[in-house]
Design a protein around this ligand. Structure first.
Ligand SMILES: *Cc1c(COP(=O)(O)O)cnc(C)c1O
Length: 410
């Protein structure tokens, strides 16, 4: 049996331990939901306050020029690029994720005008499926969107397929897909690939260059801690730049926005995928949130993430044998940075845990989801969270009717 003292000792030897102090986390809370909304860091507060008090209050409209506001989407894109293995000039930060996906889907479909099928995962996030269907309906030619069981992808790939859109880490189960292997297969039939990194960026090592990914996008508010509704990012491989067209063009993606020309001419590089005014305060928050990555490498984060999820799974196995089904793969190569436990009364279990300060979340129909974020969680937090889970399950408090009332956000 793994003891609490062993966990305390692991924390004492943890290279990332000091980073926890950068984040604001209430003492009574065990926060296992950074995969849904990351916590706020001191650097975020500082950057947002500077942006308001200096750039906005004093600089006013001059700050579009003097504080570099116009360049913020591409500057932040360059800052984020190393986290996904991209090069400078290949990443843009703007909008939110569903909008980014819309732009990339629309642009990608234009590049395969003779093909009529889009494949996506039936287990994909619902928003991804809605937007891919909507963009396909508006592509100007008949396109069939097939949400498939991803295990059958090989059988579905053929010369009719224009685009394959997949989420790299399954939001429900935490399973991580083989990005390079799948990308290679998709390219072998001449199709394009779009990866959703919502649960990958800041959580697992990514190398879009090595995997030869065409397009990718992800959100800023999950493992990147950019704040509620933070801007998203998109990646377009350099070889596509100047070829791919933004299907939602706006003035700030124009080569000369202040010439007010009526004919659209795209700016060079990622700027062409900017549609409208950048949300400067939100970008400042994300900028501050990225500071922590100056002090942590993705390989350190991955090593601790796997150690924490291994620890959580081992404790659940030892202390609650047969109570939950561990849905997340035990194989490291297939695991993101969360653990999903299946239980028929999962909603009540998660609500009972939240009442005790253990914050995870629930994904219908029966998944209790716990995110493990190495930047601010300790091994002892994992131990204590499992202790609470044991108490909730053995007392059966989760059956209490007060935990059956569904909140709008689960
Ligand atoms: C969180 C998440 C989203 C959220 O999209 P927004 O447009 O930022 O609200 C989309 N797709 C996936 C796979 C997600 O996990």
């Amino acid at each position: 049996m793994i003891s609490r003292d062993e966990c305390v000792a692991r924390d004492a030897g943890d290279e990332l331990a000091a980073l926890r102090r950068e984040f604001t986390l209430d003492a009574g809370i065990l926060y296992l939901d950074g995969n849904s909304l990351g916590p706020v860091s001191e650097a975020v507060r500082v950057r947002v306050n500077e942006t308001i008090d200096q750039e906005w209050a004093k600089g006013l409209v001059r700050s579009w020029n003097e504080a570099g506001w116009m360049a913020a989407p591409t500057r932040l894109g360059d800052r984020l690029a190393p986290l996904i293995g991209a090069q400078p000039g290949e990443v843009l930060v703007a909008d939110t994720l569903t909008f980014m996906l819309a732009k990339l889907i629309g642009a990608a479909l234009d590049q395969r005008p003779d093909r009529h099928v889009v494949l996506t995962d039936v287990a994909n996030f619902h928003s991804d499926i809605y937007i891919v269907q909507a963009m396909a309906n508006r592509a100007g030619r008949p396109i069939t969107v097939k949400p498939i069981d991803r295990a059958t992808l090989d059988d579905e790939l053929n010369g009719e397929v224009a685009l394959v859109m997949l989420t790299h880490v399954d939001y429900r189960t935490g399973e991580m897909l083989d990005m390079k292997g799948i990308t290679t297969k998709v390219h072998a039939v001449g199709a394009l690939v779009l990866w959703d990194f919502a649960h990958s960026a800041g959580a697992v090592p990514l190398d879009v260059t090595d995997a030869d990914v065409d397009f990718a996008a992800g959100c800023g508010y999950k493992y990147l801690n950019g704040g509620p509704g933070a801007p998203a990012f998109m990646y377009i491989r350099s070889s596509w730049q100047g070829v791919l067209e933004n299907p939602l063009p706006g003035w700030l993606g124009h080569a000369r926005p202040f010439d007010f020309e009526l004919d659209y001419e795209p700016a060079k590089g990622m700027q062409a995928f900017v549609t409208s005014s950048p949300s400067i305060i939100a970008l400042a928050a994300l900028d501050g949130a990225l500071d922590v990555w100056d002090h942590a490498s993705m390989s350190q984060v991955r090593a601790k993430s796997l150690a924490m999820t291994d620890l959580f799974i081992a404790l659940i196995d030892q202390r609650l044998e047969g109570v939950f089904e561990v849905v997340t793969p035990r194989d490291h190569a297939k695991r993101g940075s969360q653990v999903a436990l299946r239980h028929a009364e999962g909603y009540g279990v998660v609500q009972a845990l939240i009442e005790r300060g253990v914050i995870g979340d629930f994904r219908a129909p029966d998944i209790c989801r716990f995110g493990f974020t190495p930047l601010y969680l300790r091994y002892v937090d994992v131990f204590d969270a499992v202790e609470h889970i044991v108490q909730v399950m053995t007392s059966e408090v989760y059956r209490d009717p007060r935990f059956a009332v569904r909140n709008p956000v689960t």
